[in-house]
Design a protein around this ligand. Sequence first.
Ligand SMILES: Nc1ncnc2c1ncn2[C@@H]1O[C@H](COP(=O)(O)OP(=O)(O)OP(=O)(O)O)[C@@H](O)[C@H]1O
Length: 258
Amino acid sequence: MIRVERVSKTFKTGWLRQQTYEAVKHVSFSIGRGETLGLIGESGCGKSTLSRLMVKLLPVDEGHIFFESTDITHYTMRQMFSLRTRMQIIFQHPDSALHPRQTMLQSLVEPLLLHKIMDKEQAVERVKEVLEPVGLTHDILSRYPHQVSGGQIQRVVIARALTLNPRFIVLDEPTSMLDVSVQAQVIEVLKTIQQQFDLTYLFISHDLDLVAHVSDRIAVMHKGEIVELDQSEKVMSDPAHPYSQKLVHAFCGYQLNG
Ligand SMILES: Nc1ncnc2c1ncn2[C@@H]1O[C@H](COP(=O)(O)OP(=O)(O)OP(=O)(O)O)[C@@H](O)[C@H]1O
């Protein structure tokens, strides 16, 4: 479904942009159709940068990105416009995900109208179709963001991505701002729609337990590199790289103490 080959990204920072910081270094892996790849690693290791490179919100410095076997590394903005609907990102902040002065319906139809995929009437019908799979009812459509809970907003954000019929979704800490019980419900929604709509996920999180629960395989990122990538059970029970061992042992210690 999606493959990255020796992808690198260096940021120029500081006074006159003279300093450089290698955020992603020669990363290669692929995610199969319908698969969830979990991406873990400490803050600042390059997870978000890598995900943005994959969906071309950032240009790569080196390497290649293949989407459904096509090399999209050098796609122009125009070429990416139609592909944008196929690749979506869902972020962690429910509060800033939606325009505060737009109703849920306005927020939900917006991408369909922006991409000129259908007219307003058809867009409203499409929105109604995707509410049920995410566990929402029509009465939510007339409400504003301040009138709904964080969990409901995240469901609306997921529904909005679904309206565009995506194939690949980056879930960047999608539940980290939610209460634990709401978090579990949103995870269930994500799992259900993955089956129903044949979705492929890159699931980014600090929460090792959650990543192990949702992912088929886990990639461990450290200082811009993928240091280990294996089946979730393998990484959790028998991590190979010293950094993965540190992460898993810290997590197990936390579980025993907590
Ligand atoms: N636009 C940018 N310009 C300069 N440096 C950047 C830019 N974006 C990210 N960085 C730096 O690249 C590194 C990787 O950042 P990134 O956000 O990818 O990490 P992360 O693993 O997603 O962290 P977190 O888990 O905290 O979100 C960090 O040191 C960050 O400061």
